[in-house]
Write a protein that binds this ligand. Structure first.
Ligand code: SF4
Length: 360
C-alpha cells in the first residue's frame, strides 16, 4: 500500500479517515493494525477490498497485490479478485451471512460465483472440507446462520473467506462480539488456516492482548496515519512513539491492582485535525514544532518505523520528559525515548516524497 488516502465527504467538508498510509505485507506475515475508534484501521480494510461506499472515496494511492494495482483494475476484475486473491472476514458475523440461506448454499454460491464448476457431489465435499478446516462438523452445512452460536458463525465466515485460497485475509475485529474463550478459539482457527494456505493476514482491532498473541508486526494508527510500525515483540518491550507508549501503559496488568492509566484527551476530529502532529494536543512530549510540522514515518532502528519529531536526528531531547505540554505523568508511567537518541537511524526507504507517507 502506497500513500493511500480515503476521505468521507460531508456537508461540513472532507473527513480524512486515511491520510497517506503506506506499508508492505510479506507472504505468510500477520500484520496487526491497532488504534482507537475512528483512527482509520477499518477504512484501510475496506479500501483493500475496494468496498468504500459514498460519501467515502479513495482519493489516491496504490494497493499493489502481486503486480496488480487494486485501485485501478476494472470493477469486474476487482469482483473476481475478492475472495480469490484477497478476502475479508468482517466485523459481526451475523451481518455478513444471509440469515435465510443455509450455510452450504452460501459457501457454494461464493465458489460458483467465481467460476468454479462443481458437481453437487464435489461441492458438498468442498463444503465439508472447508467446515472441517475451521473446526466445524459437516452437518453445520445444513443449518441456517441463526441456528449457530456467535463463534460458529464467525468460523463459517472464515470458511467462506478461505474457500478460494486467497493470498491475503483481512480480519476486521473478527472476535469483537465473542466472549474471551471463543475469541481465542476463533483466533486459533484463523491462525491455523492462514498457515495451511500460506496466506498473509491483516488483523484490524483495538485489543492489544489479541494482537500480542496473533500478530508478527504491529501498525499503530492515529488520526488516519501510521504512528509506528514495528515487530510485535519489540513494540511491547520498547514502544517508541509517545502514543504507543501511552497505549501500552494503559493496559491492565494481572500482577498489579490499581487505577488504569487512560490516555489524556480525546482523539481529534478528522474534519478539523490539529496542525502538525495530530497527537500533539495529547502528547506529553510535545514541543513547539509539533504544532506546525508534520512528522514523517521514518525507520529509526532496523524494522522500527516511527512518525515523531523526537526521533529526528537533529532534535534536541526535552530535559524533563515527565512534564511536558502542561500535562503531568508519573515518572515511569511512560518511558522516555533513549536518552542517547535512537540508535540505528537510517534514511527511510521507499519515501514517496509526501510528508508522512513513507513505506514501512
Ligand atoms: Fe509528540 Fe511531537 Fe512526537 Fe507528535 S511529533 S508524538 S507531538 S513529540
Amino acid at each position: 500500500m502506497e500513500d493511500l488516502r480515503v476521505w468521507y465527504h460531508t456537508p461540513q467538508g472532507p473527513v480524512k479517515a486515511v491520510d497517506g498510509v503506506s506499508f508492505g505485507l510479506l507472504k505468510d506475515e500477520r500484520l496487526g493494525l491497532v488504534g482507537e475508534s475512528g483512527s482509520g484501521k477499518s477504512t484501510i480494510a475496506l479500501a483493500l477490498m475496494r468496498l468504500i461506499r459514498p460519501p467515502g472515496k479513495i482519493e489516491g494511492g496504490a494497493i499493489d497485490l502481486d503486480g496488480v494495482n487494486l485501485l485501478t483494475v476494472g470493477d469486474e476484475a476487482m469482483r473476481r479478485l475478492r475472495l480469490a486473491a484477497i478476502a475479508l472476514v468482517a466485523q459481526g458475523a451475523m451481518n455478513s451471512l444471509n440469515p435465510v440461506v443455509r450455510v452450504r448454499e452460501q459457501i457454494v454460491d461464493a465458489m460458483r460465483d467465481h467460476g468454479e464448476k462443481l458437481s453437487k457431489q464435489a461441492a458438498n465435499a468442498r463444503v465439508a472440507s472447508l467446515l472441517d478446516q475451521v473446526g466445524l462438523k459437516p452437518e453445520v452445512a445444513d443449518r441456517f446462520p441463526h441456528e449457530l452460536s456467535g463463534g460458529m458463525k464467525q468460523r463459517v465466515c472464515i470458511a467462506i473467506a478461505i474457500c478460494l485460497r486467497p493470498k491475503v485475509i483481512l480480519a476486521d475485529e473478527p472476535t469483537s462480539a465473542l466472549d474471551v474463550v471463543v475469541q481465542r478459539q476463533v483466533m486459533d482457527t484463523l491462525g491455523r488456516v492462514q498457515e495451511q494456505l500460506g496466506a498473509s493476514v491483516v488483523l484490524v482491532g483495538h485489543d492489544m492482548g489479541l494482537m500480542a498473541q496473533f500478530a508478527d508486526r504491529l501498525g499503530v494508527m492515529y488520526a488516519g496515519r501510521l504512528a509506528e510500525v514495528s515487530p510485535v515483540r519489540e513494540i511491547f518491550a520498547d514502544p517508541l512513539h509517545p502514543y504507543t507508549k501511552l497505549l501500552i501503559a494503559s493496559l491492565p496488568s494481572i500482577e498489579e491492582k490499581g487505577r488504569l492509566n487512560g490516555i489524556p484527551g480525546l482523539p481529534p476530529s478528522l474534519l478539523n485535525p490539529p496542525g502538525g502532529c495530530a497527537f500533539h494536543p495529547r502528547c506529553p512530549f510535545a514541543m513547539p514544532r509539533c504544532a506546525v510540522e508534520d512528522p514523517r514515518l521514518q525507520e529509526v532502528r532496523p524494522n522500527r518505523w516511527v512518525a515523531c519529531h523526537l526521533f529526528d536526528p537533529d532534535q534536541p531531547r526535552p530535559t524533563d520528559l515527565t512534564q511536558v505540554n502542561g500535562s503531568t505523568h508519573a515518572p515511569g508511567l511512560i518511558g522516555a525515548p533513549d536518552s542517547d537518541g535512537p540508535t540505528g537511524l537510517a534514511g527511510p526507504t521507499g519515501t514517496t516524497g509526501t510528508t508522512g507517507t513513507t513505506e514501512a
